[in-house]
Design a binder for this molecule. Structure first.
Ligand SMILES: Nc1ncnc2c1ncn2[C@@H]1O[C@H](COP(=O)(O)OP(=O)(O)OP(=O)(O)O)[C@@H](O)[C@H]1O
Length: 292
């Protein structure tokens, strides 16, 4: 299910092909939409085309042939700033995004470019840093932050511009478990605030946890898409894309759980197992009474 498929897409990309300068075709025959109120996860092996697709969503890359429409506006050379404003991009390598001498200046940077008065910009930048629990970093030098801190500051720098879509390239890469949880929680919070999210990840459990829609990529193409349940119980599709199912799906299959219920997350699996256990306890109590 897409977030709100009845609504017009916020982003509508048609890309017949994208060829890099050295002749490598990074992506081909892709039609990709982002709808209001959804979290989309792109999954696929190394070199499947996930970053290439995502960099088309705010016109960082453009198709050899094709079209990008953002919020109903076709994007061309003259109005790429519209795509950049509506579609915020958080890079995996945060260093490419952090350019100012302090964290606060960095988050301010985009607002200043849009001509927001200094006091208002500062206030909004502080709010954005607070949203990602990174207010305490405001005077630090971005270059010396840890990988996780850089990711959060990069996210604040995008959030402050109030985009309608946020794109995150490998948001959990290189993060420790606590930082991963924090970033995952922030993604859910951003979604709850009405911003659509597109992310790429090699962490299938995370994709199962966070996404409404999963797009499976292989060899520069979206080979299938669906709800986490549809995709993660399609073992043939996963094998074709060189992927494994989430751990909840593997455990459910291994223990022969009635897979009509099809859990895809650990939380769903635990709930089903607890229901199973309560039913078994109730049955054995009834049986126990019968034999008394
Ligand atoms: N700047 C570039 N120049 C030439 N080829 C590139 C460039 N960037 C990506 N490619 C190629 O385009 C294809 C798709 O790469 P892309 O980075 O989009 O894949 P990905 O799914 O994001 O991979 P990963 O999971 O390894 O990050 C690959 O064959 C890659 O080698």
């Amino acid at each position: 299910m897409k977030g709100n498929e009845t609504a017009d897409p916020l982003v509508d990309l048609h890309c017949e092909a994208h060829t890099y300068p050295d002749g490598t075709v990074g992506m081909h025959d892709v039609d990709f939409q982002v709808y209001p109120d959804e979290v989309v996860a792109l999954i696929g092996g190394n070199g499947a085309g996930k970053s290439t697709l995502m960099e088309h969503l705010n016109a960082t890359l453009v198709p050899d042939e094709g079209e990008l429409v953002v919020d109903g506006t076709p994007i061309n050379e003259d109005n790429k700033s519209h795509a950049r404003k509506e579609v915020g991009f958080v890079f995996q390598d945060a260093d490419t995004q952090l350019v100012a001498p302090t964290v606060l200046d960095d988050v301010l940077f985009g607002l200043q470019n849009y001509g927001v008065p200094a006091d208002e910009a500062k206030e909004r930048a502080r709010e954005a840093l607070a949203t990602v629990d990174a207010g305490y970093l405001e005077d630090r030098i971005p270059h010396y932050l840890s990988g996780g801190e850089k990711r959060l500051v990069g996210l604040a720098g995008v959030l402050v511009l109030e985009p309608s879509v946020i794109v995150l390239d490998e948001p959990l890469a290189g993060l420790d478990p606590n930082r991963s949880r924090l970033v995952a929680d922030r993604i859910e919070q951003i979604h709850e605030e009405g911003i659509s999210v597109v992310l790429s990840t090699h962490d299938i459990d995370f994709a199962a946890d966070v996404a409404d829609r999963i797009c499976v990529m292989s060899e520069g193409n979206v080979i299938d898409e669906g709800t986490p349940r549809e995709v993660f119980y399609d073992l043939e599709l996963l094998a074709e894309a060189n992927l494994h199912p989430p751990s909840a799906v593997r455990v459910a299959r291994d223990i022969g759980l009635d897979i009509e219920t099809q859990p895809v997350t650990e939380a769903e699996l635990v709930e089903l197992l607890s229901e199973d256990e309560s039913e078994r306890t109730a049955t054995s109590q009834v049986d126990g009474h019968r034999t008394d």
